[in-house]
Design a protein around this ligand. Structure first.
Ligand code: PMP
Length: 421
């Protein structure tokens, strides 16, 4: 795995000379462990349970191709040009009606288009955190979010979940304790639906309470919802945003329901805050890609989205079942796993006293056996004071992604992995 400290320490010549000029924040950069194992995943014969990629096989490629061609032929002068910093208005309108299915009613001036949820995370963190400010997150959480928070030198504090997600009283307790220490707690980052990496969904009856405790303690909620439309039975949970649009910034994405390659997502925030997000975004990309947004608009408005989402949700449900059945069949006694109701991931916990006490150390052996996964430690911030180096958080956990592997291969992958564990 790429290690930033080693990258810096091992530099010579021009690299070393330039690196001496790096800003302090470079030391906080966090390479994605998923992208780290990307090359390994591509090796022939390897079964990858690592990458949370959507399966694109069911996309109506010919239809999308015709649409793309007609868009360029008819609207080329607009879609190949710079566009609005806020994004394509027609797509923002569609986002507004789309969010009604989760109980939110944003207005057009509250919607900011982005190059994906990842960009939204970056903009929110850039706008709200100074070095040393606290960001609260679930324990464990999306590793790409940790990379953003650490890159902006925020202090990440993770609050453990139970099988129904965050416990609002525990979040409040942590906020109060941190404030008592004189810390500034800027926001709570949460993935309420089919969470990455655990697959856990925040119970509906905790949602209003979670938003309330954050608002009362003056802590913004950043709700990241890239998987929300991928409930196995089609259930759409009410968004946290819908409970209090003044207390929540919402991040949405078309990556999992259409294509991560087009790089299109959105954010919803009160109008003036939204304007600041736009200005921060313009400093990075000038405007969201007009062509990509137009493709998404076509995909959504020509009715391809509904049928594609229905089909892929079924496919992911099947794959989830296959992975859980294989775990049941092959995993060592005492191993536990989550039972997701949607999304791409399940989260394994090895029993205490298992042969493998840190899954990260089992990765090379797993690769030799022909399977890759992401070790649980990747989903925790390890820079916080008081981290137990003998058993770091997440050491007995593994994230298994089932979204882009056929059921037979999933069973084989789990069986290979169990052999190592
Ligand atoms: N948030 C979460 C929880 C994710 O899992 C991902 C993608 N793995 C992202 C954000 C980034 O998504 P996007 O492609 O929309 O930038």
């Amino acid at each position: 795995m790429v290690n930033i400290q080693e990258l810096m320490a091992g530099a010579t010549g021009a690299d070393a000379r330039l690196m001496r000029g790096f800003a302090d924040r470079a030391a906080g950069f966090r390479p994605s462990p998923v992208r780290d194992v990307f090359e390994v995943s591509m090796r022939p014969g390897i079964i990858s349970l690592a990458g949370g990629n959507p399966d694109l096989e069911l996309l109506p490629l010919e239809k999308i191709g015709e649409m793309a061609s007609s868009i360029i032929a008819r609207e080329g002068l607009e879609v190949l040009q710079y566009g609005s910093g806020a994004g394509l208005e027609e797509l923002a309108e569609l986002v507004c009606s789309f969010m009604e299915s989760e109980g939110s009613r944003p207005t057009l001036d509250e919607v900011q288009m982005t190059a994906g949820s990842q960009m939204g995370l970056d903009l929110v963190t850039k706008l709200f955190t100074d070095p040393g400010d606290v960001v609260l997150a679930e324990g464990p959480t999306y590793t790409g979010a940790l990379g953003v928070f650490e890159g902006y030198q925020a202090e990440v504090q993770q609050v453990e979940m139970d099988e129904h997600g965050l416990v609002p009283a525990q979040v409040e307790e942590r906020i109060k304790a941190l404030k008592a220490e004189g810390k500034k707690v800027k926001f709570l980052y949460t993935i309420p639906n089919f969470q990455n990496p655990t697959g856990v969904t925040l119970a509906d009856d905790r949602r209003a309470e979670l938003v309330r405790v954050c608002r009362e303690n003056d802590v913004l909620v950043v709700e990241d919802n890239p998987y929300g439309q991928l409930g196995f039975d089609g259930t759409r949970h009410r968004s946290l945003h819908s409970y209090d649009p003044e207390a929540v910034i919402y991040l949405g994405s078309f990556s999992k329901v259409f294509s991560p390659g087009v790089r299109v997502g959105w954010m919803v925030a009160p109008p003036r805050v939204r304007k600041f997000l736009q200005i921060a975004g313009e400093a990075v990309t000038i405007c969201p890609s007009v062509l990509s947004q137009r493709l998404v608009l076509g995909f959504m408005s020509e009715g391809m989205w509904e049928s594609h989402t229905r089909k892929t949700s079924k496919l992911y449900a099947q794959r989830c079942r296959a992975v859980l059945e294989a775990c049941e069949q092959h995993m060592p006694a005492g191993t536990e796993w989550t039972e997701p109701e949607g999304g791409f991931f399940t989260w394994l916990t090895l029993p205490e006293g298992a042969k493998v006490s840190n899954a990260e150390l089992a990765l090379p052996e797993a690769i030799d056996a022909g399977v890759v996964f992401v070790p649980g430690t990747a989903f925790y911030d390890d820079s916080a004071a008081g981290v137990d180096v003998t058993e770091p958080a997440g050491a007995r956990n593994l994230r298994l992604a089932f979204s882009s592997v056929a059921p037979e291969r999933l069973s084989e992958g789990v069986s290979r992995l169990a052999g190592v564990l």
